[in-house]
Design a protein. Structure first.
Length: 375
C-alpha cells in the first residue's frame, strides 16, 4: 500500500506567535501520530486528558510533546488540578523559556493553588521572560515586525500582571508581607503597586519592630493620620523638635478636615480622633514649654487636657507644664492674677497625681502661694 503522505497540522496554543514553538504534527502512519489523532478527535474531556497523559509518558521527546503538555496544563487548570498544571507547564517552559503564554498559564495556576512559593516563583519567572521578549530588537522584515509588535504588547501586559501577582500575594500573606513587598520593590521599583502597598508595609514594619523602616514610610507618605501621629511620636521620642512639631501640626490640619471614614461608627471615629488630637496638642505644648514659648505652650496644653485627662502620666505632665506656663505668663511687672490663679490650680491638680511630677508640682504650688500670699 502506498505510504500515506504525512498529515501535518500546526496549531498555536495562543492567539499570538508567543507559543509558536508548540505545534501539533500528526503523521497518521506512525503509532505516535495515531495516538495524537485519537486524542484530538476525542470529545470527552476526561478521556482526552487521559490520552494526553499517555502520550506525554510514552513519547516525551516527540516534536509535539510540548504541545500536548501545554494542552494538559490548560486542562488540569480547568479541572482544578493546579499542582499537575504547574508541573506540566514547567516542562513546556523549560523547553522554551520565551513561551509567555505558558508562563502566564502556570502563574495563574499557581495563584489558584494559593501556594505562596509557587506564586512567587512563577511571577518572577514569567516577568523575566516577558522582559526578555519585550527587549528583543525590532526585525527589519515587515511581516516579522507585526509579530514582534504583538509579542512586545503581550510581554508588557504580562510583566505588569506579574507585579500585580506579587502585590496580591503580599496583601494575602501577612507572614510574608515584608519579604514579598520588598521583593516587589526591588524587582519593579517603578511599579504603581509599590505605592499601593505602603500602608500595609507601614503596619507590617511596626509589628515586626522595624521602626526605622516604618518611620521612613510615614515620612515618605504622611498620607493619613496613623502615619502622621506615628511620625510625630517617634521624632518626639528622638528629641527631634523640628520634625515632631512638623508632623504634629500636619496631623491637626489633617484631622480638622477629615470626616469619619466609611464603615467606621461615628462614636469610634470620634474617640480615635480625639486621642490623636490630644497627643498632637500635648507634644506641641510640651515642646513649646521646653522652649519657653509660654503662650504657645498654654494654648496647646489646654487643648490637649480634655482628651488626655484619663491618662495619668500624660495628664500629670500636661498639668505640670500648664502650671509653669501660666506662672510665667502671669508673673510680670503687672501680674496677671487670672494666670497666677490658673498656675496654682494646675500645679495643685498635678500634685494630686502620684508620679515624677508630683513633688515638683507641690514645690511650685507652695512657692506661688507664698509669693502671692494665697491661702
Amino acid at each position: 500500500m502506498t505510504r500515506l503522505l504525512a498529515l501535518v497540522l500546526v496549531i498555536l496554543s495562543a492567539s499570538t506567535a508567543i507559543a509558536a514553538k508548540r505545534k501539533l504534527s500528526v503523521d497518521v502512519d506512525t503509532a505516535e501520530g495515531k495516538l495524537l489523532k485519537q486524542l484530538t478527535d476525542e470529545a470527552d474531556p476526561a478521556k482526552k486528558l487521559a490520552g494526553m497523559e499517555e502520550f506525554a509518558a510514552k513519547h516525551p521527546a516527540h516534536e509535539s510533546a510540548t504541545w500536548v503538555l501545554g494542552e494538559m496544563t490548560a486542562a488540569y487548570s480547568k479541572a482544578g488540578q493546579f499542582s499537575k498544571a504547574i508541573a506540566a507547564g514547567e516542562k513546556v517552559f523549560a523547553a522554551d523559556p520565551d513561551d509567555l503564554a505558558i508562563a502566564q498559564e502556570v502563574l495563574k495556576a499557581a495563584e489558584a493553588s494559593k501556594d505562596p512559593a509557587q506564586i512567587r516563583k512563577w511571577a518572577l519567572a514569567a516577568s523575566a521572560a516577558a522582559r526578555r521578549v519585550a527587549a528583543a530588537p525590532k526585525p527589519a522584515a515587515e511581516d516579522e515586525a507585526e509579530t514582534w509588535k504583538a509579542n512586545v504588547a503581550f510581554a508588557t501586559h504580562l510583566d505588569k500582571y506579574c507585579d500585580y501577582a506579587l502585590f496580591a500575594l503580599a496583601l494575602q500573606s501577612p507572614a510574608q508581607r515584608i519579604e514579598i513587598g520588598e521583593l516587589l520593590a526591588s524587582h519593579s521599583p517603578a511599579s504603581d503597586y509599590n505605592k499601593q502597598l505602603l500602608p500595609q508595609m507601614f503596619i507590617a514594619y511596626q509589628q515586626a519592630g522595624n521602626h526605622q523602616k516604618a518611620l521612613a514610610i510615614a515620612e515618605q507618605e504622611a498620607a493619613n493620620d496613623d502615619m502622621l501621629i506615628y511620625a510625630a511620636s517617634k521624632f518626639y521620642e528622638q528629641k527631634d523638635k523640628a520634625k515632631a512639631t512638623k508632623y504634629a501640626k500636619a496631623l491637626l490640619e489633617h484631622l480638622a478636615a477629615k470626616p469619619a471614614p466609611q464603615g467606621v461608627a461615628e462614636a469610634d471615629w470620634t474617640r480615635n480622633k480625639n486621642l490623636k488630637l490630644g497627643l498632637a496638642h500635648w507634644m506641641l505644648g510640651v515642646l513649646a514649654s521646653n522652649d519657653q514659648k509660654w503662650a504657645e505652650a498654654d494654648t496647646n496644653l489646654r487643648a490637649a487636657l480634655p482628651y488626655i485627662k484619663d491618662n495619668k502620666d500624660l495628664a500629670a505632665e500636661t498639668l505640670f507644664h500648664l502650671g509653669l506656663a501660666n506662672y510665667r505668663l502671669g508673673d510680670t511687672k503687672q501680674p496677671d492674677k487670672a494666670r497666677i490663679v490658673d498656675a496654682l490650680k494646675f500645679s495643685n491638680q498635678c500634685a494630686a497625681i502620684p508620679g515624677p511630677y508630683q513633688a515638683p508640682a507641690r514645690k511650685n504650688a507652695a512657692a506661688i502661694r507664698t509669693q502671692y500670699r494665697i491661702q
